[in-house]
Design a protein around this ligand. Structure first.
Ligand SMILES: Cc1cc2nc3c(=O)[nH]c(=O)nc-3n(C[C@H](O)[C@H](O)[C@H](O)COP(=O)(O)O)c2cc1C
Length: 188
């Protein structure tokens, strides 16, 4: 059987971005269950030019990103709460997925999308998670029942060695990974 392919998108350009580490944690949990993964974190997302629908040309970085999502059996998106919403860096990458509009599996169609938000307060955690769910619905994806919100002001998700230190978050990461793989297994 071919391993499910899960693509992670998100985080910030900040070294040690908690959002990127959380998305990587979900990918790692899918890998433990047999998936192969690809991560587009802060560095890769900042290599994507500002999306312009009228541009006919695509850069190598843009093509690589679109092809990865096109091939994905499941997706994880992580955004910080920036001024009460999804960051421009993450939204720019999502907007580029307009290139999937004419695909048989348009946008995120038929794929589970795990969502992760990191913010310095619960209000931004909640509204940003809700905004991401709306985006995924608009793009015909299936947001997993488990959405993960981390309040980086109140929570210390990671230990010194980089492992996920919080039991509750560890459980949520494992559940989200299972839910992504469940739909991936049912639709392949
Ligand atoms: C430009 C900017 C805007 C932000 N706006 C909010 C906000 O509206 N609400 C909030 O709770 N935190 C806000 N934050 C804090 C970030 O959401 C928080 O630091 C988050 O952990 C950043 O993610 P990262 O750890 O992946 O870099 C903001 C941070 C920046 C840099």
């Amino acid at each position: 059987m071919i391993a499910p392919y899960i693509v992670g998108i998100g985080g910030t350009t900040r070294p040690g971005s908690s959002g990127e580490r959380m998305v990587r944690a979900v990918l790692a949990a899918t890998e433990r269950n047999g998936a192969t993964t690809r991560m587009f974190g802060g560095a890769e997302l900042s290599a994507l030019p500002h999306f312009a629908p009228e541009d006919a040309e695509r850069s190598d970085a843009q093509r690589e990103f679109v092809e990865a999502v096109r091939a994905a059996d499941g997706i994880v998106i992580g955004s910080p709460g920036y001024h009460g919403g999804v960051s421009g860096l993450v939204k720019n990458a999502i907007d580029l997925l307009e290139d999937l509009r004419d695909d048989r599996r348009v946008y995120f169609d038929g794929r589970a999308v795990g969502l992760v938000v990191t913010a310095a307060g619960w209000q931004a955690c909640g509204v940003t998670l809700q905004a991401l769910r709306g985006i995924v619905h608009a793009m015909r994806g299936w947001p997993t029942p488990i959405g993960i919100a981390v309040n980086t002001f109140e929570q210390q998700p990671f230990a010194q060695d980089g492992s996920l230190a919080d039991d509750g978050l560890r459980r949520q990461v494992a559940m989200q990974a299972d839910q992504i793989l469940l739909l991936a297994g049912a639709t392949r």
